[in-house]
Design a binder for this molecule. Structure first.
Ligand code: SF4
Length: 170
């Protein structure tokens, strides 16, 4: 039985980030390429029609704003809702998203000052997934994602030892 994982495009090497770049994560790419894994690609910001590149955005006072103060909350919510619909329709087992992103960050995001500071919080899309009951991990705790997968009934035992070995867990 296939394991479906929603993964942030930028973690897979796709240049979708605000600065036109990408953030490929070897462990996440390895996980995505294992037999029995089906990837559901997500990028809420490009799904909203925002261009690449685009200005950096952060959460501030309950809104999402570009560095120049432009309010882009509606676009972030629209793109996140579109990705959420696809993810739920696919029936993903869990998600691995880009840490600290205003869309994809989980547990901790940038603090709205555009100075690199962090605060407890969730990106717009990550929060929607969480509220829909989808387990959310980031590339910073991909080991926990693999451990979660090992416990899941949909787990294909053939690939997890390979991933665990690559991550130094075996
Ligand atoms: S919205 Fe998410 S997937 Fe898209 S570039 Fe930003 S962090 Fe990556």
């Amino acid at each position: 039985m296939a394991m479906r994982i929603a993964i942030s495009d930028c973690l897979l090497g796709i240049p979708a980030r605000y600065d036109g770049g990408t953030k490929p994560c070897p462990a996440v790419i390895l996980l995505s390429r294992q037999p029995g894994v089906e990837v559901v690609h997500v990028c809420p910001e490009t799904a909203a029609g925002l261009p690449v590149p685009r200005p950096p955005a952060e959460h501030r006072d309950g809104r999402v704003v570009f560095a120049d103060g432009t309010d882009v909350t509606e676009a972030f919510e629209r793109g996140s809702a579109a990705c959420l619909e696809r993810v739920l329709a696919a029936g993903v087992d869990f998600a691995v998203l880009k840490a600290k992103s205003p869309s994809c960050g989980a547990w901790m995001i940038h603090d709205g000052t555009f100075t690199g500071g962090l605060v407890d919080g969730w990106g717009t899309f990550a929060a929607m997934l969480r509220d829909a009951g989808v387990p959310v991990f980031t590339e910073e705790d991909v080991e926990r994602a693999v451990a979660f997968a090992q416990r899941g009934e949909s787990c294909d035992d053939s690939f997890l030892p390979l991933v665990c070995k690559a991550l130094g867990l075996l």
